[in-house]
Design a protein around this ligand. Structure first.
Ligand SMILES: C[S@@+](CC[C@H](N)C(=O)[O-])C[C@H]1O[C@@H](n2cnc3c(N)ncnc32)[C@H](O)[C@@H]1O
Length: 391
């Protein structure tokens, strides 16, 4: 990840614009004062740069939770901050190369908000979960120009690789998204997908709760698939294969097909590797036969107290609240220079928590860098946070 080692951290006077980057405020971790977060806006993206002191070393990098993709945004903002604050860069892995042409105006890279607000509905849609090298996704998109493909990945370099290929191959029927597939499915309208590919998911043998396939995912997949729609799992892991069979048989029984060592048109990087090792490859395909009801979620991410007291912070910071629907963790807190405070939150479902910040300035609270995604667990966590802020 891009970072700079600087001789000393010089907080700049904020808010300020440094060329095309603006810095809104700086917040310092309460208690140890070891971390400073710099609220940064560049190309309509909000994120934090992070200054961390370790011994006599000063590191400037991006905050993990709010880090934007592509990396270019972070590199540019880091250099802009270093320049504006007049610090000396001792060491760095940040090059000064310009923005890659293929990332500059990439229409194919979407944020989750695009789908929450405006899910494309006017043609057949297929989803690929964890596309990795994107060989399969690109092959499918190139061979099915009338179908819209949505690729989900949580590994940013894979996203950047896919964007590069989308440009080179001039594909216009492919959108990619840096998002956890388990969360994303909740935002897909009912009955609209024709296929969901899950090829060679991480087996997570020691932490099965982290697997993509699970009860909640399968329920959402069935809801999102149209009648005749298919969820295709392809795996080399016998454990995963058996786990999928079990999941598809319980709690709701669904129709599925199983095949062993079936050849498909395009072999992914992982498949290549397993084939060389002469491993068995399993396909477990779930077929949906029923239409589902539209999904309705009640509630908004609004803080009803417009006069949140500063005295509330010590009472609610660094706590974990566990509930049936999931949890809310107020894991770290920060004082904002010039007034106000901030809490780093983890919230929502245990399997797929949301990480973001609550900022309170002049008694008014808002989430940063964006609202939580509108999932039922996040709405429940928000309701609890809202209650806590009332004291
Ligand atoms: C073992 S790789 C397989 C990649 C590709 N499908 C292939 O066959 O070569 C699994 C991929 O899934 C991605 N992944 C893991 N969990 C995910 C999740 N919850 N949502 C989206 N992608 C995920 C990982 O980043 C990784 O790139």
């Amino acid at each position: 990840m891009p970072h700079l080692h600087i001789n000393s951290f010089n907080p700049i006077i904020v808010p300020v614009s440094a060329g095309d980057v603006s810095f809104d405020f700086i917040a310092t971790s309460r208690g140890d004062g070891k971390e400073s977060l710099i609220a940064t806006r560049y190309k309509n993206r909000d994120f934090f740069l992070l200054h961390k002191k370790s011994g006599d070393k000063n590191l400037l990098k991006s905050d993990k939770i709010t880090r934007p993709s592509p990396n270019f945004l972070v590199k540019h903002a880091l250099l802009a901050y270093a320049n504006a604050s007049g610090c000396t860069i001792v060491d760095s892995n940040v090059d000064t190369a310009g923005e890659n042409a293929h990332l500059k105006t990439h229409d194919a890279l979407k944020s989750v908000d695009f789908f929450v607000d405006n899910f494309p509905l006017n043609r057949e849609i297929r989803l690929e979960v964890g596309f990795g090298s994107a060989r399969h996704l690109l092959h499918q998109a190139a061979n099915n120009p009338d179908v819209l493909f949505i690729g989900l990945e949580i590994h940013k370099p894979s996203i950047e690789q896919a964007l590069k290929q989308i440009t080179i191959q001039n594909l216009t029927n492919l959108m990619v998204l840096d998002y956890d597939a388990r969360l994303f499915l909740e935002f897909v309208p009912s009955n609209i997908l024709s296929l969901i590919y899950v090829h060679f998911p991480v087996p997570w043998d020691k932490k099965p709760h982290r697997r993509v396939i699970g009860d909640a995912f399968v329920n959402e997949a069935i809801r999102a698939l149209g009648v005749g729609g298919r969820l295709e799992l392809r795996t080399d892991s016998e454990n995963y294969y058996r786990f999928a069979l079990e999941t598809y048989s319980h709690p709701i029984k669904v129709d599925f097909e199983v095949r062993k060592n079936q050849e498909i048109a395009i072999v992914s990087k992982y498949e290549d590797r397993w084939k060389k090792m002469e491993k068995n490859i399993y396909d477990v395909t779930l077929i949906n036969h029923e239409a589902s009801e539209e999904k309705k979620l009640e509630g908004e991410f609004v803080f009803t107290n417009s006069n949140i007291s500063d005295a509330i912070l010590p009472k609610i910071e660094r706590q974990t609240h566990r509930r049936d629907w999931g949890f809310l963790n107020t894991e770290a807190s920060f004082d904002i220079d010039g007034g106000g405070w901030m809490i780093r939150l983890a919230m929502g479902s245990f399997d797929r928590p949301e990480h973001l910040y609550l900022i309170v300035k002049n008694g008014v609270g808002h989430y940063f860098p964006t609202l939580p995604v509108r999932s039922s667990a996040n709405l429940s966590a928000h309701t609890l946070l809202n209650e806590l802020l009332h004291g």
